[in-house]
Design a protein around this ligand. Sequence first.
Ligand SMILES: [Zn+2]
Ligand SMILES: [Zn+2]
Length: 220
Amino acid sequence: MPKDLDKIKLKNQGDHIMKQKANLVVSVWRDKRKLTILSTNTNQSNQEVQRKQKDGTVKNVTCPMSVKLYNAYMNGVDHADQLRSTYNIAWKSLKWWKYLFLYDVCIVNSFILMRESPNHGLRTKNNRVRTRTQLEFRMKLAHQLIGLFSMKRKRKSEFNVEHVMEHHWPSTMPRRRCKQCTKSGVRREPLSGCFQCDVNLCNDCFKPFHLENFPDIYGQ
Ligand SMILES: [Zn+2]
Ligand SMILES: [Zn+2]
């Protein structure tokens, strides 16, 4: 993306400029405010969209082809940029903004698809169906992503998640090799261990063993 996009001044509604590199075209267009659109559409002909004026009349405003297509594709929902700017995660992070911008577009696109599709509404107390707001959608998405992440971490531990729910008390065990020492190639056969995990452990190994295997409850 050209670095000086922010500095481009467009005075009147309908003013726009386009810059092309290979088959990518970036269009900066002044609607009610400045919009930036990146597209692979190389047809640079001018188009028109209709805009309602303050007095209620409708005016034709010139725009780049990409805006026209975007609006058509959005099924008349032409406030996508407005939706995106409400929760723009890219704004302050200059270094990563390119990637974040793409994620952001993906999130907004999913949000629009979710809204268009049946069976994705929320039930109110009165059992009516209402549309999820964008904030609710983003929260849900975040929770699902975080959920997946922590499940992944738990699966790494060689023990069952169910064990986490129970207490781990040191107990007397039949003689077996210490699980923790075995890992580092040391042979010790203590008569103690963790009843819950069903492993033998030396006194000194009890803590490190549990820190390692249950970082979620014993770790920081
Ligand atoms: Zn244990
Ligand atoms: Zn040990």
